[in-house]
Design a protein around this ligand. Structure first.
Ligand code: HEC
Ligand code: HEC
Length: 288
């Protein structure tokens, strides 16, 4: 235990003050958001609406987490992912790039312009004739609209902005679109999901469909749902994208992972998010 020098004490007072100010400023989005999520069923099962859905009940990873982990997620000041949310919020209005613009210059109030966005990505993107996920969409605005550098996948900036944008859909049901345009990519994602791979010769479905709810080492296998991403993973000590998680799961069965942002992973992300249809968005979730 560190003894508090006056200086340290002052700093922690400052931090306290900052938290209070932040709580005040964000009363609309963050606070009511957190209250909403606690009551909006992330620990209840969702019944799939698509008749060919492979699961009878859809569960958020939250449902399988230990009590302490759930509490950390739900407590606004304890959830370490909220530091990245704050950073994303600051970046939203920060001018950058040759066009001297910020996200806010074009999109104004994120609570309005970005509401629902986190529920429906990846979407079909006509200029690319394929799917685009949220991280890619944000980076495209950076490079094309702001003439600024794209952020790296694991950067705090991209994680922060992705959390901040998705957070505007807190508690809203996940609803990626499956239609004529997205279907071919969804099919590829589905094939990836069910393909056995790696030295262990296992598919995603072996763990997340056939065995969810069972213990694996000290944790419980979940359905591998996407609604908490970017998630703050205690093991990583920072938030990570869903595609970082895909890499980890590929490696667990000793299969070669794909690159983040590869077509394979964007298609897989679309399919995985479709499997979680109806689950409330809960980023930044906290997971072991
Ligand atoms: C110069 C204006 C401009 C700037 C600056 C800008 N964007 Fe955009 N953004 C756009 C346009 C135009 C679109 C496409 C709108 C459409 O597809 O209808 C868009 C689309 C988006 C979308 C997809 C929204 C949806 O409904 O699917 C996201 C997310 C987004 N921007 C995030 C950001 C972020 C984060 C930043 C800052 C890093 C940013 N944008 C900066 C102009 C801008
Ligand atoms: C050998 C078992 C195994 C396989 C195979 C596997 N995973 Fe996982 N996965 C895990 C474990 C263990 C975790 C951490 C606990 C949990 O959430 O199930 C995890 C977590 C996840 C999560 C995070 C869930 C959350 O709520 O944060 C996602 C998403 C995921 N896996 C997707 C996949 C996908 C997609 C595949 C196939 C490419 C896959 N996994 C293959 C074991 C596996």
């Amino acid at each position: 235990m560190i003894r508090k020098t006056p200086e340290l004490a002052e700093r922690s007072n400052m931090r306290q003050l900052f938290k209070m100010v932040l709580a005040g400023c964000l009363a609309g989005s963050l606070m009511t958001g957190a209250a909403m999520a606690a009551a909006d069923g992330k620990s209840e099962a969702v019944t799939p609406t698509s008749k060919d859905h492979p699961l009878e009940e859809i569960w958020s990873g939250y449902h399988f987490a230990k009590k302490g982990t759930k509490e950390t997620q739900d407590n606004e000041f304890d959830n370490p992912g909220n530091l990245w949310l704050e950073q994303g919020m600051e970046l939203w209005s920060k001018v950058d790039g040759d066009e001297k613009k910020s996200c806010q210059s074009c999109h104004n109030d994120a609570a309005k312009s970005m509401k629902g966005v986190g529920t429906r990505y990846p979407i079909f993107f006509p200029p690319w004739k394929k799917l685009i996920n949220l991280e890619q969409r944000i980076n495209l605005c950076r490079t094309k609209q702001m003439k600024a550098k794209a952020y790296k996948w694991k950067s705090n900036e991209l994680l922060g902005l992705t959390i901040f944008v998705s957070r505007q859909s807190l508690g809203m049901p996940a609803a990626v679109v499956l239609d004529d345009k997205t279907k071919p990519f969804w099919e590829k994602g589905k094939a990836h999901y069910y393909k056995r791979r790696g030295q262990l010769d296992m598919s995603c479905a072996h763990c997340h469909q056939a065995n969810y709810g069972k213990k694996i080492r000290s944790n419980t296998l979940t359905q591998g749902q996407a609604n908490g991403f970017p998630t703050y993973r205690l093991k990583w000590g920072k938030p990570g994208s869903i595609q970082r998680r895909f890499k980890g799961c590929n490696k667990q069965v000793r299969a070669k992972p794909y690159k983040m942002g590869s077509d394979e992973y964007v298609n897989l992300e679309h399919y995985v998010r479709w499997r979680g249809q109806g689950l409330p968005i809960e980023t930044p979730s906290v997971r072991p």
